[in-house]
Write a protein that binds this ligand. Structure first.
Ligand SMILES: CC(C)(COP(=O)(O)OP(=O)(O)OC[C@H]1O[C@@H](n2cnc3c(N)ncnc32)[C@H](O)[C@@H]1OP(=O)(O)O)[C@@H](O)C(=O)NCCC(=O)NCCS
Length: 138
């Protein structure tokens, strides 16, 4: 198992993984468009877990100079509870910390509360915030 930066050759497998793990993702969450925007950002913060030539997990990280964020945390269904998600998050954490990022945030959809235990196992705590968003482009 290797945690490494996303490579262009991974695109098809990552799209398939996201379609499986996040079904119905369209619009600004469309997998292909998301990948292309992240690759375009060229920030070196798109990580995959690779088992040989097989992509079994992903995380998109972001750092805006104030906070770090994690998105698209996805592990292949048949590879869960084997520590891969934890490895990916820790890797992203290390890279962000090396860049001076002091704090990491994650948004969890209200209907996906079951993953709270996963993030708690990695040291995240629930914070009293109201999450808001606005689409500003097609
Ligand atoms: C959440 C997810 C990324 C976890 O990945 P994973 O590789 O299975 O996680 P790990 O094996 O590293 O789990 C580490 C610990 O987290 C906790 N944990 C993980 N999944 C859990 C679950 N479904 N229920 C309760 N605890 C869980 C456990 O304490 C686990 O340790 P253990 O297996 O020794 O008990 C994976 O289940 C997934 O891809 N889910 C669907 C996509 C998703 O919801 N992503 C998050 C969006 S915010």
């Amino acid at each position: 198992m290797e945690i490494r930066n996303y490579e262009l050759a991974d695109r098809q497998q990552v799209v398939a993984l996201w379609n499986e793990v996040f079904p119905g993702s369209t619009g600004h969450n469309d997998p292909k468009a998301s990948i292309d925007r992240k690759v375009g950002a060229n920030d070196g913060l798109f990580f995959v877990a690779a088992d040989g030539s097989l992509i079994v997990g992903t995380v998109l990280a972001g750092y805006d100079g104030h906070r770090g964020w994690l998105y698209s945390v996805a592990i292949a269904p048949d590879r869960r509870r084997d520590g891969i998600g934890s490895q990916l998050i820790r890797h992203a954490e290390q890279v962000l910390a090396q860049r001076g990022c002091p704090k990491l945030n994650i948004q969890v959809r209200a209907d996906n509360a079951k993953v709270v235990a996963f993030y708690e196992s990695l040291g995240f705590q629930i914070e009293e915030r109201i999450s808001m968003g606005k689409l500003i482009a097609e």
